[in-house]
Design a protein around this ligand. Sequence first.
Ligand SMILES: [Fe+2]
Ligand SMILES: [Fe+2]
Length: 368
Amino acid sequence: MVPPAATASATTSPSQASVGSPGAPAVKDPAKDTILTPRFYTTDFDAIAAMDLRPNEVELEAICEEFRKDYNRHHFVRNGEFEGAAEKLDPDTRRVFVEFLEQSCTSEFSGFLLYKELSRRIKTKNPLLAECFAHMARDEARHAGFLNKAMGDFGLQLDLGFLTASKSYTFFKPKFIFYATYLSEKIGYWRYIAIYRHLEQNPESKIFPIFNFFENWCQDENRHGDFFDALMKAQPDTVRGFTARLWCRFFLLAVFATMYVRDVSRKEFYEALGLDAREYDKVVIAKTNETSARVFPVVLNVDHPKFYIRLERLVSNNAKLSEADASGAPGAIKVLRKLPYWIANGAEMAKLYFTPAIRSEQFQPSVR
Ligand SMILES: [Fe+2]
Ligand SMILES: [Fe+2]
């Protein structure tokens, strides 16, 4: 489902100015859609417009005031360090790094489209929320634009207008949008800050100057996450009661498992930064889980002895699925080959899901 205005919004995104102009970088075809690639979302705009914010209006006002300050207004400015930096990478590192840039750019851009569309659709009925979404769209456009410029250093650029029109949009009810975007903002914060801190300690692994920008960048994601935290508290039923507990568990698991499988499958990128993908993900998962306890009623028991054993089984099943996909076999044979791994993945996910979760008030009483 394509929000009709999204296409028009994309044409004003800052990152496309040079696409198609003489001497501009080649336009890169978007990566093939899989369960692991970033998604584009749409939602029930009328339901969000009608939301009563009174239960947590003061906090939302305060967050909006922070957004207005626009701390990173002058942050995303390229400097001389970028000149010639791309040429220094060897071909293998270059390949995995461009993939990283593309995935990151796509997910930042997906945030931009959703927030922009939300702010436009609810402007008259819910001005405070509309303003918050507009500020977040501003930030995400900057992030996506900055990443796309870095792709330009490698002679490539994502055609964001084409991406807007050609990607399929997943419809989520508002509360599911809140869970998914809250988690993606907070996980984004922990991912960026973990890389930044690691490279601060190991400057010899800083393969590209874009990482110097991560510290302030991740503060944007942190503020975005705080906004969704406050918004869920303004709609207390989203994070209260039995059904909310089931859904929060589901989203935590889906987000953690997807990230783990994807990062391990492109571990070469993390190796290029001197990081072990598995260790890096364990830190990011533990931190995001802990942060989520501030708003979600439950979090996962990521220290359960079977937690990572099961995620590893997903990793190996996924490798088999990719092998089957890559084989030249006819479609029906491929499906037959893949079937046992799909079933195995379903079973592992079910076991992970039914591992008893931890009530947040028991997990981190001090922050609630
Ligand atoms: Fe972002
Ligand atoms: Fe964000």
